[in-house]
Design a protein around this ligand. Sequence first.
Ligand SMILES: [Zn+2]
Length: 290
Amino acid sequence: MTYDLSPRPLNPAAPAPAMTWPNGARSALFIGFDVDAETAWIGNTPANVDRMVTTSHGGYDARVGIAKILDLMDELALKATFFTPGWTALAHRDLCKRILDAGHEIGHHGYLHKMPDRTKLEEAFEEIDRGFEALEAALGVRPVGYRAPSGENFPELLAHLAKSGIRYSSSFRDDILPYRHASADGAKGLVEIPVNFAFDDWNFGMTARTSPRPIFGRDAVLQLWIDEFEATHAWGGVTTLVLHPQVSGRPMRWFLLRDFLRHVQQKGDVWIATGRDIAQHFETIERPAA
Ligand SMILES: [Zn+2]
């Protein structure tokens, strides 16, 4: 494998169009959960399947986390997008049905949460195809949104997603506004709803026996989230959350998340929407300029 390291923008997408949000809102909040469950632990490390304590980090999703998160969304009357690996939907079908029944959006998050690898195209495409099949079989849904497991992507994968009916992605970290991906074959690229890595709860709240890391408490995380949100709000961007029930469904983090979401709701001029709604809004904004 040789790599093309010539100097050029590595994401050739055009700049984001100027954005106005619905209902006179100044900014948008996109609440995205990644329902990895055990796949976070076995997708990239299959040997973990025989390590019940290691995989029990992910098992928290089904036993506690998802239900608690659904309670929170219900209490605050919010709708979110739940990016769900196909394996999770099959293994925890009833719980995932509850997500759907509560009116939330189900997004694509691979099949076994394997990190997309450009040197293994076949495996990367299979993750997408099997993910669709599993979500269809378990939940009867055909998602239009995709968040890359372990947050990686490349041109062939973007093209495969677009061909498969995916309309938006939420993985890239290079903007504060939605934009349209370029595509090599002239077909329409995906809408990107970029994420801010400061809102990935895994960074602050997950530690494991085999890869111990420091975790951060309420005072550090809540203040960081409020400050980052307030600044994004002032700039009129989208605040995209990358949350995991196995992290934010833990007791202290659940209350932390509730306080953060209440803070956003109290602003009164934030459009809180699912990924599908944001992608659709982007398309209406984009059209007149085209
Ligand atoms: Zn994930």
